[in-house]
Design a binder for this molecule. Structure first.
Ligand code: ADP
Ligand code: C5P
Ligand code: MG
Length: 209
């Protein structure tokens, strides 16, 4: 029987450091980092995409794109990366190791994944970066001022993103916690300190030989 890829979901508020930390984990533990937000922005920027305008409206308003779109982007990206690593002869990657950053963000995401992907991947745990909203706000505004070019790194979009996070994403983290899937890491401290806590978790599941 064909093995299924391992998946770790990475959740936390906007600006909690998901992307920053995922890049480090991917590098040290041979994971592929897939950010749902990055995949949606890429799809939005694809000329003639039938979803471009819909995605941009959701991003500006901090609301969540329908799961059929997001989950298909994730599944395609997973398949592409498994094929690419196999072609490169990366036997260490096996059937795949994916960090899925910024997903599932609401009940629609969660149920859509169960329907489309539950049989095709093993979700090992949920890495939850816990960060106060003031810190999230400050980091994203700073990221905007530093030229992120993101249409949602402004105060108005950030307020909306935080409301979505607290009303829709946190309940999903709580739901996953009921199945003991959540690994919580304090994320308001410096990058290095956050990563040290993350490493302890990954060493347990994916020890480096
Ligand atoms: P997310 O993907 O959760 O939105 P990012 O990783 O993009 O968050 O980080 C948001 C911003 O905050 C970026 O500009 C990043 O450089 C910065 N940042 C990330 N982690 C930290 C940290 N621990 N301390 C201070 N700034 C951070
Ligand atoms: O994770 P990131 O901050 O890059 O997400 C940016 C935006 O992309 C979100 O505020 C949301 O509008 C959209 N998104 C989504 N569904 C996801 C992930 C991101 O609709 N699962
Ligand atoms: Mg991000």
């Amino acid at each position: 029987m064909e093995q299924k890829p391992d998946v770790v979901f990475v959740l936390g508020g906007p600006g909690s450091g998901k992307g920053t930390q995922c890049r480090r984990i991917a590098n040290d533990y041979n994971f592929v980092h897939l950010s749902a937000g990055d995949l949606l922005r890429e799809e939005r920027n694809t000329p003639n995409s039938q979803y471009g305008e819909l995605i941009e409206n959701h991003i500006r308003n901090g609301t969540i794109v329908p799961v059929a779109i997001t989950c298909s982007l994730l599944e395609n990206a997973m398949n592409k990366n498994v094929a690419k690593r196999a072609a490169e002869g990366d036997t260490n990657f096996g059937s795949g190791r994916f960090l899925i950053d910024g997903f599932p963000r609401n009940m629609d995401n969660y149920e859509g994944w169960q329907k489309q992907m539950a049989d095709k991947a093993n979700v090992r745990f949920v890495l939850y970066l816990e960060c106060p909203q003031e810190v999230c706000m400050e980091r994203c505004l700073k990221r905007g001022q530093a030229g992120s070019g993101r249409s949602d790194d402004n105060e108005e979009s950030m307020r909306k993103r935080l409301v979505t996070y607290f009303t829709q994403t946190l309940p999903i983290i709580e739901l996953c916690d009921k199945s003991n899937l959540v690994k919580k890491v304090p994320a308001a401290c410096c990058e290095e300190e956050v990563y040290n806590a993350i490493k302890t978790i990954f060493e347990e599941y994916y020890p480096k030989v």
